[in-house]
Write a protein that binds this ligand. Sequence first.
Ligand code: PRX
Length: 653
Amino acid sequence: MTDRRHEIESLLVEGRSFPPVADAVHVRGMEAYRALAAEAKADPGTFWGRLARELHWTKPFGHVVGAPPPAVTWFADGETNLCANALDRHVAAGRGDHTAILWEGEPGEVVRWSFRRLLEETCRFAAVLTSLGVRCGDRVAIYLPLVPEAAAAMLACARIGAVHTVIFGGFSAPAVRGRVEDAGACVVVTADGGWRRGKEVPLKPAVDEAVAGLACVRHVLVVRRTGSEVAWTPGRDRWWHEERAHAPSFVPAASLPAEHPLFILYTSGTTGKPKGILHTTGGYMVGTWATARWVFDLRPDDVFWCTADVGWVTGHSYVVYGILLNGVTTVMYEGAPAHPAPDRFWSLVARHRVTVLYTAPTAIRAFMRLGDAWPQRHDLSSLRLLGSVGEPINPEAWAWYRRVIGGDRCPIVDTWWQTETGMILVSPLPGATPTRPGSATLPLPGIEAAVVDAHGKEVPDGAGGLLVLRRPWPAMMRTLWRDDARHREVYWDRFSRPGAPVYLTGDGAVRDPKDGYLRILGRVDDVLNVSGHRLSTMEVESALVGHDAVAEAACVARPDPTTGEAVCAFVTLKQGQSPSEGLRDALRHRVEHEIGKFARPADVRFTDALPKTRSGKIMRRLLRDVAAGREVAGDTSTLEDYSVLARLREEEE
Ligand code: PRX
């Protein structure tokens, strides 16, 4: 990792600083931030308890933080309902007519659902799921395009205590199958298809393939979106619009223990098998609600647009839950960012008077490349705040985002967090924190971050190391679905001591000696970050090795100007097989088929052998250098066969 870290660091030496805004409503000024942080540090129970009591509990909690992690609990003796807090609470407060979801389909249709309407649709979904046999604690898989029904289906699960697992619509049938099977989902909610770059992305056929022969799946509930013909399995398959027609518009929200499971979201780890991150009700609710309010400084009339898909954690926490919990309008856009023209995003911002835009560095870089003229065609004056998430943002993109999109007026919140953390943990607060390009700045109140060496010892400020978290926070993952041993091993065992739990993030970071600002350097394990999507090298390697011609495969990241990182696959072939363009295409296609298009390797390089240590471990560090076209740096004394490296270099030339 050392070589990569230096490379990132050198790009990020940055001195510019921008002051906080004067008109913030929630946390105003550095002193206010410090006071919150000090309160949270001194007495976390009182701090988080006070925040939690601003939401509605059907049974008040007595305890705030329970056992120490990994077996942590929050508000454990309390009961609540997240859906009721996100919807019913606002309707009861007289905001039923306020827009909850402002949706735009790729072909251009616009739909506004008020909080009342979203509550009705959610109740209908809840009633239909119940009629299909879904009970409290059962798992429901949601594999939909970004349509309002996706939010309603998630909220409906939360309403009745079913556990949703949302699967990104870009995943292929085998990836869907793995997730549905692991979760043991009894119902899959899908659509005929969705729109992307003017073409239909069929979803129902993928579900048909994915669930064939899976005993756990009893029903497939199909939303009609594109209107195209779909194959039908009578008895199993139901149309949403038909079921909806006779479903009641209100069903009561279940009173659920705070630790009742809310959702499982699969994410990549360092092995081939995706991890089912489990989040629970009360802590996740409080965490996403509070952080949305702090970081985005939310106001009642905001039009908040997080461009993520609900298939990722960003979509869970800041398209749906955190934003609706705050009673704020959330924008959903179904399609591709540059369709039909490169100004689609900017036209959307202008037409809907979006006030907060929260997107990913990969999108910002892509827009930057398309030129200033596209955003300049539109009136972006409604924007007051910009957010970034998913990967380190390079200062050049940061500066462009601020100048061209934010009109030098809007602060940028570079928010660091993970599927596992559930909520934002490190970010500027727009009214308190001076920002600096490329820096996620300071931990939020209640979060204790440290940078440590390989032995868990804190490194001096200014030196790079591993980012760890030393205090529990409410929205943290509780476990890995059906694999608590792996949960402990991956996140907790390495540095925790009795009475002093330490959560390992898997990211590198460096703390600035001047002001304590954190700069996140990216992953230190074998997880890639392509366009803000986490991908395990092992997952891609398994897909490649599954091809008949392949003997061995190793995937590494190489820097890519738009996607941040791109997948570079090194492949050795079985005896009697020879490299060809056709095979290269077939391998790329195989990854697309097994995982999804977003995982397709940018480069596939054939080689006679892979560089290995004496103990047989593939030396990824060397492959990374080769992939990036760099001189191979660092120690190669353990390399088994030096000639392998020489050959890889030659093949490149
Ligand atoms: O490496 C970090 C990177 O994304 C990882 C988490 O990925 P995922 O669970 O898919 O969640 C993405 C959205 C929260 C982190 O371990 N990452 C996320 N945000 C940032 C980031 N890296 C640098 N800066 C960020 N703001």
